[in-house]
Structure formats: C-alpha cells, structure tokens
Write a protein that binds this ligand. Structure first.
Ligand SMILES: Nc1ncnc2c1ncn2[C@@H]1O[C@H](COP(=O)(O)OP(=O)(O)OP(=O)(O)O)[C@@H](O)[C@H]1O
Length: 275
C-alpha cells in the first residue's frame, strides 16, 4: 500500500500556492494523474521521488516510511528505488543503448537488460548511441532504462507528450505490457485523457493542489478486457461531466471533473476497460 498525506506550499511573486493531498493506493497499479496546468502533478511526482520536500505530512510505501515530518524522516531520493522518465529523456550520449540500460542498474543484471531490449524490440539499436535514434526511439530506450533499474515505483511525467499519436499509442502498449510482466507501481502524468484511460487502473485528478476526483471504477485491474464503447449521452454539471457509453446493450457511466479538456463527442467510439 502507498499512503500519502502531505502539505506543500510555494510562495509565488504575488500569491501562495498550496497543495494538500491525502491518498492511498494499492501497490502494483498504474495510477494515471491528470489535471490542468499548475494543478501540482509534477510537484506530486517530485515529492514522491524525494526531489521536493513537503512542508509536513508522511509518505509510506509498503510499510517503509519515506517521509514523516513529525519524526524528521526524509529518505533521500537516491535511496527510494524509483525510476523517473520525463518528457526530456536525458540518455547518456557517449554510451550505447545497451550500456545506457546497464549503467542505470545498481546491481548489474545483463539478463534483464537483454530481455528488455528484446521485449521492446530494440535489438537493432543495442550497440548504437542514442543520438542516432529518433525522439520516439530514444523515449523507448528511456522507458526501458527506467525499468532496467527494477524500481518499486516508476514515475512518468508526460513522457510521451511530444510524440505523434500513433507512436504514443505504441509506447503506451509497451508500457502496459511491461507493467503486466514486471508488476511495478506506475504513476503516469498526462494531459491526454485518452492515453490515461488506455493504460491506467486508477485515475487521479488534481486542480490547484487538491484532489478533485479519484476514479477507481471502471479503471480497476480486474477489468482487464477492453471494449469500444459508443458515447451516447453527456450530462454536464458545474463540477462533473457524466459520460454515458453503450456497449452491447449495456450502459457504462464515467464521471469526470468538468474542467478537463475532453474532446469526446456523442457518437465517438472510446476504448474502455470492461468486464
Ligand atoms: N520550485 C518551485 N518554486 C515555486 N513554485 C513552484 C515550484 N515548483 C512548482 N511551483 C508552482 O507550483 C504549482 C504547481 O506546479 P506543477 O509543476 O506541479 O504543476 P503541473 O500540474 O505539473 O503543471 P503542468 O501541467 O503545467 O506541468 C505551479 O503554480 C508552479 O508555479
């Protein structure tokens, strides 16, 4: 279980930005995080990673305390066993793809490195340096490198946002497959709700440092089958929009915060977990 209860504030030039979050997640899930710009998505990942310190609260991962303000515990970032992939993938330019993956491992595991290279279809790039690869290919290497570290948590901050939709879908497919194979907990930040619904078991929506919605269902791991459901109705209120879908005569309702930039229209076919 991951337990997080934190407060954090930043003093801006004219105003104070405040975050107050209290969340619990089961280990081994993909948690999709979305929300408008400035909501605190990156700050949350940076706090989990230990790159930013909360003002107060606690963070507990699988019974290990990573942060506790009352007992002054703050496990340094380097000891948290976390993999981080940003939009800017920062591979080492002087190393080959294989060396980049091996270098990331504290305990060298060439078997896992070779397996990742094979699973992610990167054999042809094994011995070449990253600058010879396209942006999308480098992003694939960055994802493999983060998983090669065998992290307990994999934090992905808009890792695929600069990619075209077809490539992004392919990488999301790899991500889902790698998650099923290695079962680490993944936090995925994205503005793109379509991408999040494709891979996430749970969704967390933030706005201005607060949770506006947590969606467990239908994004739960037991519902692994997916269907192409037709959007038949949208009931909008001030806070939420309820999207009503139909699949094989059954209705599926999805409530999402009203301030999300969702472009779905009546008649669209959207891929949803189902079962
Ligand atoms: N180191 C910092 N010092 C001061 N303010 C900060 C710092 N880091 C973040 N902030 C502020 O905290 C708020 C949340 O920022 P954060 O980057 O977490 O948002 P976000 O949801 O990731 O936004 P985006 O989608 O635009 O990346 C913003 O108002 C930002 O200006």
């Amino acid at each position: 279980m991951i337990k997080l209860d934190i407060e954090k504030s930043f003093k801006g030039t004219s105003s104070l930005w405040e975050m107050a979050l209290s969340c619990n997640w089961d280990l081994g899930r993909i948690i999709g995080i979305s929300g408008p710009s400035g909501a605190g998505k990156s700050t949350l990942l940076r706090i989990i990673a230990g790159l930013e310190q909360p003002d107060q609260g606690h963070i507990m991962i699988d019974n290990q305390v990573w942060y506790d303000s009352t007992s002054s515990i703050n496990t340094p970032a380097g000891k948290r066993n976390i993999g981080f992939v940003f939009q800017d993938y920062a591979l080492f330019p002087n190393m080959t793809v294989q060396q980049n993956l091996l270098f990331a491992q504290k305990v060298k595991d060439i078997r896992l490195v070779n397996e990742l290279i094979e699973v992610m279809e990167m054999e042809a790039w094994r011995d070449i340096k990253p600058q010879l690869l396209s942006g999308g290919q480098q992003q694939r290497v960055a994802l493999a490198r983060a998983i090669a570290m065998k992290p307990d948590l994999l934090l992905l901050d808009e890792p695929f946002s600069a990619l075209d939709p077809a490539l992004r879908d392919r990488l999301l497919g790899y991500l889902k497959m790698l998650h099923q194979k290695y079962r680490m907990t993944i936090f995925l930040v994205s503005h793109d709700l379509d991408s999040l619904t494709k891979v996430s078991d749970q969704l967390l929506f933030l706005d201005n440092g607060k949770v506006t919605s947590q969606q467990n269902s239908p994004f739960t791991p037991i519902k692994t089958k997916r269907c192409l459901a037709k959007l038949i109705k949208i009931n909008a209120s001030e806070d939420h929009s309820a999207f009503v879908f139909e699949f094989e005569g059954e209705r599926i309702e999805l409530k999402l915060p009203a301030n999300l930039p969702i472009k779905w229209q009546i008649g669209d076919n959207i891929e949803l977990p189902y079962g």
